[in-house]
Design a protein around this ligand. Structure first.
Ligand SMILES: [Zn+2]
Length: 395
């Protein structure tokens, strides 16, 4: 059994608050022992046990790897021209999704695989060690199934999003499309998916269709996630809470009743079982108002940050960028943003083995080119991730 000691860690963010000060469970002058891909020991550097190999952090900060709980990586083509038009004043409506659907259907498996691997690798180099990947640009039985099979080659967190939009060929008979999603499409997708998700929004799926699709997914053994309340007020949050969703994502337009509904799921050690996942890359890239993170946090709602990486509304794979946006534009403290991008994302995926560094957790971590987690927001746009370990293996 080979062991690896990461030592001379100036600031170790553990997110393990048992007996530690502050929400990030920060330890100073620490060391961390990895055995068989897991954290085996954490303690002061001076007490570090012997190990087969040593990785000197040089006094820098070490954090859990980012957990990006919301990304759409299986697609073809790009929508740079749509972005340029938006920056010239055109509003975002979500209609461009159908452009990507056409390109995705026309792509070969290898073309889709190459894009998934490129973006997944890009994210890894920026500290993301767990990345949820959705389907949703195929919208046929075969294209959704192959999208998920390709996603599952790089991630265990895969989400069936056949209900992204109603494809053009079903535009005048959405009930038939819902039947397809709940029937043969779900049957083909479920073996490759852990989650089911619905875009519950005006112009996508109404609450009755969304509820029917999510209920079918639950019956097939998939966990529930919801895209909701992105473009305007809507039923997404209430539906997510009703169905026990792990997360409602976007949460940009919330009523007081929506915030209360999320807060009402607060049972699990002070955290809400339904997480509000905020995706500030989407507001940045669509030049839209940001979600009110403070209102959620002050109400006791557990918040996650994710990239929403997709070719239309948020073509970034960078969690450090999202952390910087959350701090600057959404009034999250740097500690809240770092927690939301690591432990928060893990909660949104109902995982307790990632987003945290404690004995038994996966040895997924990053060494910064900086002395503190504060630098992620303080030095926006700078490549601060020096080294990433996944399952204890330097990447
Ligand atoms: Zn999304």
């Amino acid at each position: 059994m080979s062991s690896l000691l990461v030592d001379d860690i100036g600031e170790l963010v553990t997110n393990d608050v048992e007996g530690e000060a502050g929400p990030l469970g920060i330890r100073r002058d620490a060391a961390l022992l990895v055995e068989e891909g897991r954290v085996a020991w954490i303690g002061p550097s001076r007490d570090a046990p012997a190990a087969d190999r040593r990785l000197d952090a040089g006094g820098a900060a070490v954090l859990p790897g980012f957990v990006d709980s919301h990304a759409h990586l299986v697609f073809a083509g790009d929508r740079a021209a749509e972005f340029a038009a938006r920056m010239a004043g055109q509003p975002y409506t979500g209609g461009g999704i159908r452009t990507t659907v056409g390109a995705t259907r026309a792509a070969t498996d290898d073309e889709l695989r190459a894009t998934v691997r490129r973006l997944h690798g890009e994210a890894l180099r920026q500290g993301t060690t767990t990345m949820e990947i959705k389907s949703g640009y195929g919208l046929t039985v075969a294209d959704e199934a192959r999208s998920l099979a390709i996603a599952a080659e790089v991630s265990e967190e895969t989400t069936f999003l056949g209900a992204h939009v109603v494809p053009a060929e079903y535009a005048d008979r959405p009930d038939d499309y819902v039947g397809l999603v709940c029937g043969p499409m779900l049957a083909a997708a479920a073996p490759h998916a852990r989650w089911i998700d619905v875009f519950c929004e005006r112009g996508a799926f109404d609450v009755d269709h969304a509820r029917a699709i999510l209920a079918c997914g639950q019956a097939a053994g998939l966990g529930v996630r919801v895209h909701g309340n992105q473009l305007g007020p809507g039923p997404g949050v209430q539906l997510g809470v009703e169905l026990g969703a792990a997360s409602v994502d976007h949460c940009t337009h919330l009523t007081d009743a929506d915030v209360d509904a999320l807060a009402s799921t607060r049972v699990d050690g002070g955290h809400t079982t339904t997480v509000a996942t905020l995706l500030p890359g989407a507001e940045f890239s669509t030049r839209s108002p940001y979600p009110d993170a403070r209102r959620l946090l002050d109400a006791g709602v557990t918040v996650a940050l994710a990239t929403d990486c997709n070719p239309g509304s948020s073509y970034t794979s960078s969690m450090p960028f999202c952390v910087a946006l959350a701090v600057r534009e959404m009034r999250m403290t740097p500690a809240e943003a770092v927690w939301a991008a690591t432990a928060g994302g893990a909660r949104a995926l109902r995982r307790d083995d990632v987003g945290v560094l404690r004995p038994g957790a996966r040895a997924d971590l990053m060494i910064l080119d900086a002395p503190s987690h504060l630098h992620l927001a303080y030095r926006p746009g700078v490549p601060l991730i020096r080294q990433v370990l996944r399952n204890g293996v330097p990447q």
